[in-house]
Design a protein around this ligand. Structure first.
Ligand code: GLU
Length: 447
């Protein structure tokens, strides 16, 4: 395999799909050496097949807003790879959603899901619907309209969507209601992230953030460090940031910054439980403004417009918001302010220049597909509970999540340990995920 050649072909075939091309490039670069040791992969053209989704559904979603005006959005479901299990991955509702974004996310999901130890293939979907400023009724009508198109592309053993940016428990509830009405079956396992009283797994809402912190603990332990009393800056204030802030505080760290598209909130004395609870209200309001935290807690949280969380002095940076949210300049600013660890919680949260800078300047770095895999892993646990018609206790789920995050860390160490003894977590995660998917594809023949 020659990465440059494959990338040139993909660029010609998919011009302008920058996020997708970026995600593929990162993976191919790190697996090239291992791939070339396996002529059977080359013969079966594993990479050429793996970089293209199995299929993409595109559909029109028409709904009526509160003023009575008709609105039309585009909906998508990208079934990327089903070598190791049914298609699995979230739905993103965001105004910037385009096929390139969902293709990058579906590609990443394939490797991430492989790391979880559970049998799940990769998928992603969503819409360019913008939840900001929408009423609850509008959200419901949109979710129902979206599901009228999606429902016959999915199924508990076929494709199992879940939440992502702009899609949380409320949206999953509205979509499940419409699915059930259309399918006339209580297929509990067709969506994950459901409410706890109707098939949702305990701890699923917390799982991405909790899992990220469990992974961070392992990474720090391996480096001879500890999270207690360390300062943490995180971006976002949605579901993932909320779970990460909750667990970081519980483990004795001090969360000194959260951020939003409008700016950053500095919290010099560390985030409190009341502030963490308020993050849920901020998300539910659909205002998308982190400034609301400073308004609610004057004197404790200080808002600065237009600044990122990466301008705040911290030991550990946790990007929890959106792809490419941390640039090379941000990485330099973090390092100059004393930051020595960055665990990427958002999918592809760091730009390639930032990752390169961290890795060459002594900043511990781990990629999103390893760090944030606790979310989809707990979705996998939800599927298991649904399939066997039971529900596990919080302790049972948390113990399993711990085990999974530890195992993901071990896989990164196994495949990412360099001759000088340092660990390249990007390489480790990519090679571990790739080997599992590639082996399954090989064994299933040319399809
Ligand atoms: N959207 C989440 C992710 O990026 C969760 C997906 C799921 O639970 O299926 O992994």
């Amino acid at each position: 395999m020659k990465t440059a050649e494959i990338m040139a072909n993909l660029q010609a075939k998919h011009p302008g799909e920058n996020e997708y091309l970026q995600a593929v490039q990162e993976v191919l670069e790190s697996i090239e050496e291992v791939y070339n040791q396996h002529p059977e992969f080359e013969k079966a053209k594993i990479v050429e097949r793996m970089v293209e989704p199995d299929r993409i559904f595109t559909f029109r979603v028409t709904w009526v807003d509160d003023k009575g005006d008709v609105q039309t959005n585009l909906g998508y479901r990208i079934q990327f790879n089903s070598a190791i299990g049914p298609y699995k991955g979230g739905l993103r509702f965001h105004k910037a959603v385009v096929p390139s974004m969902l293709k990058f996310l579906g590609f990443e999901q394939t490797f991430k899901n492989a790391l979880t130890t559970l049998p799940m293939g990769g998928a992603k979907g969503g819409s360019d619907f913008d939840p900001v400023g929408k009423s609850n009724d509008e959200i419901m009508r949109f979710c129902q309209a979206f599901m009228t198109e999606l429902w016959n592309c999915i199924g508990p053993d076929q494709d199992i969507p879940a939440g992502d940016v702009g899609v949380g428990g409320r949206e999953i509830g509205y979509m499940y209601g419409m699915y059930k009405k259309l399918a006339r079956e209580y297929n509990t396992g067709v969506l994950t992230g459901k409410g706890a009283t109707w098939g949702g797994s305990i701890l699923r809402p917390e799982a991405t953030g909790f899992g990220a912190l469990y992974f961070t603990e392992h990474l720090l332990k391996k480096a001879g460090k500890d999270i207690k009393d360390k300062t943490v800056a995180l971006s976002g204030f949605g579901n993932v940031a909320w779970g990460a802030a909750t667990k970081a505080k519980e483990l004795g760290a001090k969360v000194v910054a959260i951020s939003g598209p409008d700016g950053v909130c500095e919290i010099p004395d560390g985030i409190t439980d009341e502030m963490i609870d308020y993050m849920l209200d901020m998300r539910a309001s659909n205002r998308n403004k982190v400034e609301d935290m400073a308004t609610k807690f004057p004197g404790k949280a200080k808002f600065t417009a237009g600044k990122k969380a990466w301008s705040v002095k911290c030991d550990i940076a946790l990007p929890c918001a959106f792809q490419n949210e941390l640039s090379e300049d941000d990485a330099k600013e973090l390092k100059a302010n004393g930051c020595w660890c960055c665990c990427e919680v958002s999918n592809m949260g760091c730009q390639p220049g930032a990752i390169h800078f961290f890795q060459h300047n002594g900043v511990l770095f781990a990629p999103g597909k390893a760090v944030n895999a606790g979310g989809v892993a707990t979705s996998g646990l939800e599927m298991t509970q649904n399939a066997s018609h039971i529900s596990w206790s919080a302790k049972e789920v948390d113990d399993k999540l711990h085990f999974i995050m530890e195992s993901i860390h071990e896989q990164c160490v196994k495949y990412g340990t360099q001759p000088d003894g340092t660990i390249d977590y990007v390489k480790g995660a990519n090679i571990a995920g790739f080997m599992k998917v590639a082996t399954a594809m090989l064994e299933q023949g040319i399809i």
